[in-house]
Design a protein. Structure first.
Lengths: 213, 213
């Protein structure tokens, strides 16, 4: 039985969709020398998670934040060495998530401050699984649609991603794997209200506040 | 009351000692353009933690592993916006830890597979605090001393590190902040027995096994 709210570690992945690869342009030059051959992962620890309705205060010095809409696969059972064929059996449900990042130009150092500040992962309660292949995620800021993405653009499918990651990392019940965020997601300013929604998964709402005094 | 075993997220930091900066050489060129101005953090999620006496199996394709001896500050109470003057009051105890990494040449992508495979953080039970400034960590592989480091080489002291990190990330009870690992730590091969020890903190022992079939 899966809990209604996520309790474990949240893992995310960048550069897992065709739009991001288009936007970032050539990865053929040094130091990358090509598109990623394995999932490019990052982690969102417990301090980043806030629920629907939260007010997120930006860190000192920040006045805007990138809002990347995504979906998380909630792990229902300890899961190591999954295969693409059986991987989805380990998924107990889905969450809508807004992966918040401070804008940062360099990917040469781990962007822990930029991606892991308190409240940088508004996340919905756990919903029953729906088919992700045809899902469209809509992001509204202050009532205006600023982004719409179809998960048909994913390069590694959810099942493939689970298999690739669990080959060397055992996922635990309550962990979440986000299926990918778009490079150059829309930005929200302090004072904005954000809503992310998808058919079958409801919506996730939160507001952005300025830096704490 | 702090638990005997670590339960939260473990955070680590690289390039926090004078020996690492010497070994890595100049950071003045692009893309870094200088030594780090803020702590360069990484995370070790729950799947990485194993206790004293563990046998660690390397991921497929790996036959050796870097063993970086370090000490972790165990957080005793929710801790945000600490100052260097009060930071150590949030520390309930210390752990000895061996931060295991697969050797990797590039720091241009987050080294999640290399640093977060199952069992890549052998960690001791929680010990009472001792003064870290004069502590020496000794690493033995198969009975031979292969490394000895004094924590007097730290650039950011434990108190400064806690203050810098908690400015934007609230640490929770049971979280651990590792005070830093040396660049180019000694390597252990599959089949090796490793022992890390320090006066007042006892020892941490584990073995390295080859990749699972």
């Amino acid at each position: 039985m899966i809990k209604q709210h996520v309790a474990g570690t949240v893992y995310g992945v960048i550069l897992n969709d065709s739009v991001s690869l288009q936007r970032i342009g050539s990865l053929d030059e040094a130091p990358y020398k090509g598109a990623p051959k394995a999932p490019v992962l990052y982690l969102k620890p417990a301090n980043t998670r806030v629920a629907c309705g939260a007010q997120v205060s930006l860190p000192a010095g920040a006045d805007s934040v990138e809002v990347a809409a995504t979906v998380g696969l909630v792990i229902g059972t300890a899961a190591g060495r999954l295969t693409p064929a059986n991987a989805l059996q380990a998924v107990a449900g889905l969450v809508l998530a807004a992966d918040l990042s401070l804008p940062h130009a360099s990917y040469y150092r781990p962007a822990i401050r930029e991606k892991c500040f308190d409240g940088s992962l508004p996340i919905s309660s756990v919903k029953p699984r729906v088919d992700l292949a045809g899902l469209t995620l809509t992001t509204e800021i202050d009532g205006q649609v600023v982004d719409s993405r179809s998960l048909s653009e994913l390069i590694r499918s959810p099942a493939q991603l689970l298999a690739d990651v669990s080959e060397w990392m055992t996922l635990s019940q309550g962990d979440v794997l986000l299926v990918g965020v778009r490079y150059m997601a829309p930005q929200a300013k302090a004072g904005s209200t954000v809503r992310i929604s998808a058919d079958g998964l409801g919506s996730l709402n939160f507001t952005i506040a300025g830096a704490q005094a």
